[in-house]
Write a protein that binds this ligand. Structure first.
Ligand SMILES: *Cc1c(COP(=O)(O)O)cnc(C)c1O
Length: 416
């Protein structure tokens, strides 16, 4: 499509947008002057769906009405409540329903998965991760290495882009797997890198890992609800994600995990809790742990229902729209944004996000000039600044419009 950098053109695109009415399903935060913010920060905290309140109120009412009996008698009984999220999650990440479970929070799940999938020996003890992975992921893998009495200096391999490049090439990952594969036992990557917005070639990297007998897991914090995923088909061993970024389920809401079916009957060691025990006799409180033969077997505790209710509200929107339509609009929105940015004459910005991307665009600002970010913030844009020099913006297909993208561009242009 040939684009134009005019407001009229942006509103034409909005008029043609099939998902346009979903913007009304969300609370768009207002500026002091009463106008809506240009909210480009769904990669950090997704907006609140209007229906979330009703879903939460239902559980508050049932708690008031039933007390403990709500576990069985609530309209949506709390005992199996996490199961109400399973089908929707399976569709979002491309999994069998036995492979996904909502539980805990993200970094906790990362650790639980590493308990099962990082089993270092003196011959194979290395973990491969991106050098610019989200800090929590680095802390988690480093602490796992130390927990097993290995040293991060010899057991952690960090992937870095080539000089002058921002994204990591698959061929470079291949070379490292070739070189280090025999000593490596786990590859842990952010499916979409939080900083550059790069989407890794899940399938190719997973194949390479498995030819060397390496387990592979992905942190999908920036991928779930953003890009099309096929975790089962790609044969990924495990994945974890949070629900509060693209999945719009509220600050700190419960996270989720994927464990490939091929591991459900294995003897992988795990940290166990009563919620992972067989549903048939969980409440007879037996002494011996007997894991549920699915991803649910990795659960520890009975989950926070109020948080799950917020996730359920949000996932009902994803069910209505479906990832295919979402991704199609997402691609259009980001292409339009990239087109608009390409019309800016100034050489003071550079896009570091590669073509393999979701909706996030990372804009590097020359000399780390944060005044540019402060200016656009002052003008009503909600984006985020990552040290030393990057503005991340994410036009989210469920609630951002082409006009949002256009207004963002106008403000950024005037800042430059
Ligand atoms: C957002 C994010 C986190 C945050 O972790 P929590 O445990 O939810 O606080 C971790 N890793 C990545 C890659 C993220 O994007």
């Amino acid at each position: 499509m040939s684009y134009k950098n005019t407001a009229d053109f942006a509103s034409e695109l909005d008029a043609k947008d099939e998902l346009q009415q979903y913007r009304k399903e969300f609370h768009i935060p207002l500026q002091k002057n009463g106008e809506e913010h240009i909210y480009m920060c769904g990669n950090s905290l997704g907006l609140q769906p209007r229906r979330t309140k009703d879903f939460l109120n239902q559980e508050l009412e049932d708690w008031a009405t039933f007390g403990v009996e709500g576990h069985l008698n609530a309209k949506n009984p709390w005992l199996p409540y996490h199961e109400f999220l399973t089908e929707s999650y399976a569709k979002i990440v491309g999994a069998k329903s036995s492979e996904v479970v909502a539980m805990n929070t993200l970094t906790v799940n990362l650790h639980l998965m590493m308990v099962s999938f990082y089993r270092p020996t003196s011959k194979r003890h290395k973990i491969i991760i991106e050098a610019d992975a989200f800090p929590s992921d680095i802390y988690a893998v480093e602490s796992q290495i130390k927990h097993h009495r290995f040293s991060t200096e010899t057991s952690l391999i960090k992937l870095v882009p080539r000089d002058g490049e921002s994204a990591i090439r698959t061929e470079d990952i291949e070379a490292i797997i070739e070189r280090e594969g025999d000593e490596t036992t786990l590859i842990m990557l952010g499916g979409v890198n939080y900083y550059t917005g790069q989407v890794f070639d899940f399938e190719a990297i997973t194949k390479l890992a498995h030819t060397k007998g390496i387990n592979i897991g992905f942190d999908l914090a920036h991928a779930a609800g953003n890009i099309k995923l096929e975790l089962h088909k790609w044969n990924i061993d495990f994945a974890v994600w949070c629900s509060y970024k693209y999945l719009n389920s509220g600050p700190g809401s419960v996270a989720a995990a994927f464990v490939h079916k091929k591991h459900h009957n294995s003897n992988l060691p795990r940290f166990s809790g009563w919620w992972g025990h067989n549903k048939e006799d969980r409440f007879t409180m037996p002494d011996e742990f007997n894991a549920i033969k699915s991803a649910e077997g990795w659960q520890l505790s009975n989950p926070p229902i109020l948080s799950l209710a917020a996730i359920r509200a949000s996932l009902s929107i994803f069910d209505e729209v479906g990832m295919d339509k979402l991704v199609a609009k997402s691609k259009e929105l980001t292409s339009y944004l990239l087109f608009l940015l390409s019309t800016i004459e100034a050489d003071s910005i550079e896009i570091i996000t590669p073509n393999e991307r979701g909706c996030q665009i990372s804009i590097r600002v020359k000399n780390g000039n944060k005044q540019i970010f402060d200016f656009i913030t002052e003008k009503g844009v909600v984006a985020d600044w990552r040290e030393p020099d990057v503005i991340r913006v994410a036009p989210v297909p469920l609630y951002n419009s082409y006009m949002d993208v256009f207004n963002f561009y106008k403000i950024l242009e005037s800042a430059l």
